[in-house]
Write a new protein. Structure first.
Length: 312
């Protein structure tokens, strides 16, 4: 699906003389890429859990994110360089070539044994995971706003370096997972998630109030630090709420909320920006992160009560 996305993107660029066709191909390419990213991300995490055991879930999710957002950090400036040097169609061609290389690498991976035993219904899994997913969605709005609107924010203010700012976000995201990834197992996912949301909110508020591109870059860096551990911190707690043989489904439901947030960011952020400007988008994203802190605190309190009842 990633390869198909690259092919459609290349065709869309080549059809620039027919605007409706070109835009339609690009939109379909984005839809294919979104589906592909979701399946690859969930599949990689479930595969990793099957290989080394659910007790390493936090580390598995963290390393998966390092690969994903490290690629985002590298892809932003690389895409600009390719487009400037060879044209927009070359981005699609390079994407297609990379997937041709990636496919046999994935095929060579050792298969994971399927867990046996009775599985929980998807409704039962969702009931336990949805509250954590809502927290993930609230935190993901900030990342979505940066990925979607940072270029438009810079253009509106007459700044340069939007791609570099996205790379800074990715570098800080990856670096934070390297340095603080083990904190989840040490102090618990809920505590790490609350601190992460607070840091993300500070970064997004900085972007909202930024008066120059340097301050905007600082805001993106802080937001990247904050968002870095949100997925693994809440993901560990969500996975721990379901039986072992249903944890793949739990990861699928949980990660789906990140996709929901990405879908919502475009129209919601565009509506906000149309009336209040692109800077305001980040103010609302910061507010969403603050709401996520309250939700996580509630989930933590409920988990502690369950543990107390079980011990009693």
């Amino acid at each position: 699906m990633c390869g198909v996305s690259g092919l459609l993107l290349m065709l869309g660029a080549l059809a620039a003389a027919i605007p409706a066709l070109s835009l339609g191909l690009i939109l379909i390419a984005r839809l294919a890429l979104g589906c592909a990213e979701s399946c690859v991300g969930t599949g990689a995490i479930a595969w990793g859990m099957g290989q080394v055991g659910h007790q390493h879930t936090a580390r598995i999710i963290s390393w998966n994110g390092v690969a994903t957002y490290g690629a985002i950090a590298a892809g932003a400036p690389l895409g600009v360089l390719i487009a400037h040097s060879f044209g927009f169609a070359a981005i699609g061609a390079v994407s297609l070539i990379m997937m041709v290389i990636a496919f046999p690498l994935a095929r060579r991976k050792r298969a994971t044994a399927v867990a046996v035993g009775e599985r929980s219904s998807i409704r039962s899994v969702a009931a336990r995971v949805v509250p954590h997913g809502i927290g993930l969605a609230l935190g993901s709005l900030g990342f979505g706003c940066i990925a979607t609107f940072i270029t438009l924010l810079y253009i509106t203010h007459g700044w340069t370096g939007a791609a570099l700012t996205l790379s800074i976000f990715g570098v800080m995201f990856v670096g934070t997972r390297f340095v603080f990834g083990n904190m989840i197992n040490r102090v618990g996912g809920y505590r790490v998630a609350m601190v992460s949301f607070a840091v993300e909110a500070i970064g997004l508020a900085t972007l909202w109030l930024a008066s120059d591109m340097r301050l905007a870059a600082v805001g993106a860096a802080v937001a990247g630090m904050g968002f870095s551990l949100v997925f693994p911190a809440l993901g560990v707690e969500a996975v721990n709420r379901v039986p072992e043989n249903s944890r793949g489904a739990a990861i699928g439901v949980f990660s789906g909320f990140l996709d929901v947030a990405m879908v919502a960011v475009g129209p919601l952020g565009g509506w906000i920006a149309s009336g209040m400007g692109f800077s305001s988008v980040y103010g609302f994203a910061a507010l969403a992160a603050v709401v996520a802190i309250a939700l996580t605190l509630l989930l933590k309190t409920q988990a502690e009560r369950r543990l107390s009842k079980a011990a009693g």
